[in-house]
Design a protein around this ligand. Structure first.
Ligand code: PLP
Length: 359
């Protein structure tokens, strides 16, 4: 028996085949086809957002967001995230300036934002890490005081609600990833979400080469489109997301109970989170040697947790060294335990007993 940190959810094959039959009939494979249009509509309804653009991955979503806001300069960002949060800033020609994280929620610490602002600062790009919402109100207050744009990397925050509203409604733009490892997936994919009509207009052209009809162009663009095959997977998974979240919650609560009297800690959920999505089961171990001992003991039993997120992004060689002591410390101690729909209670019990014996 081999247990990985995650396992992609696959819907019944016949259901996906049903969509394939339609694709074969229409011979319409990509370029805003009917399934893409249907998925975008269903996602807007499910998430409760105004504009949503389905794109081919979560990284291009970040890149188009940066481009659509016309950002060039210093961007305040979190060192505790997946590498794409930082690399997309660098790729788009801006400079990431790292603002350390809150040691409890592991999201960017809004109290440290103002000290990092310079005349070159243009935006804040923060991650709702593990689906735990950032302190969106404090971030908005700083952004307003200093005329900064706000992008949320919401790759982990599908279905998360803050004060009974989708957390995706905060900031100028939020981006999602629908990669196979994410809670809701389309094999590869992502989305750009905004409430701003002008920005939505720019994004709609940018993701399709700037095409304005077959022979005219409206500004520079890129290929951010996705296909009917990817949309079909999304249409199969979306009706099951609530059930996936329900089971993930059960598993997470079992982990909580089985690890409660140990030194293994969990991040604190942001206040006013009215719906969490259980997209990961992150732990913070007491020290890096303990983390390594736990990991090795699990690996020996063919269980593969992941060091999300390691290394701290401020230590990447291409960003120049900038200190972020809290993130550097947490990243040496953070370990995500296996969490997926098909994981059984017995497997969780086994994982926890291995962890307890390695502590
Ligand atoms: C997965 C992820 C991305 C990248 O998304 P892709 O769809 O893999 O390109 C970006 N940011 C975060 C925080 C992620 O977890």
């Amino acid at each position: 028996m081999s247990i990985n940190v995650t396992k992609s959810y696959l819907p019944p094959m016949e259901e996906y085949a049903g969509y394939l039959a339609g694709i074969w009939e229409r011979v319409y494979l990509t370029n805003a086809g009917p399934l893409v249009v249907e998925l975008e509509k269903s996602l807007k309804e499910y998430l409760g957002v105004k504009h949503l653009f389905f794109v081919n991955n979560g990284t291009i979503a970040l890149q188009i967001a940066l481009k659509a806001l016309d950002l060039k300069g210093e961007i305040l960002t979190t060192p505790f995230s997946y590498v794409a949060t930082t690399s997309s800033i660098v790729w788009e020609g801006s400079t990431p300036v790292f603002v350390d994280i809150d040691p409890e929620t592991l999201c960017i610490n809004p109290e440290l934002l103002e000290a990092a602002i310079t005349p070159q600062t243009v935006a804040i790009m923060a991650t709702h890490v593990y689906g735990n919402p950032c302190n969106v109100e404090a971030i908005e207050a700083v952004a307003q005081r200093h005329g900064l744009r706000v992008i949320y990397d919401a790759a982990h925050a599908f279905g998360v609600m803050y004060k009974d509203m989708s957390v995706l409604n905060y900031g100028d733009v939020s981006t999602l990833s629908f990669h196979a490892t994410k809670l809701f997936h389309t094999v590869e994919g992502g989305a750009i979400v905004t409430n701003d009509d002008d920005l939505a207009h720019r994004i709609s052209y940018m993701r399709n080469f700037g095409h304005n009809g077959p022979e005219a162009f409206w500004g520079v663009g890129v290929n951010g489109k996705s296909s009917e095959f990817h949309a079909a997977m999304g249409l199969c998974v979306l009706p099951r997301v609530d059930e996936l979240i329900r089971r993930r919650r059960e598993i997470s609560e079992l982990y909580d109970a089985l690890l409660a009297d140990t030194p293994v800690r969990q991040p604190r959920l942001q206040e006013h989170t009215t719906r969490y999505n259980y997209s990961y089961y992150p732990t913070v171990m007491p020290s890096e040697p303990v983390l390594l001992a736990v990991r090795d003991a699990l690996n020996a039993a063919d269980v593969t947790p992941r060091r999300y997120f390691y290394p701290s992004l401020n230590t990447l060689e291409y960003v120049g060294h900038q200190p972020a002591p809290v993130s550097e410390d947490i990243s040496t101690r953070a370990l995500c335990l296996p969490l997926y729909y098909e994981l059984t209670d017995e497997e969780v019990q086994l994982i926890c007993s291995i962890i307890r014996s390695a502590l």
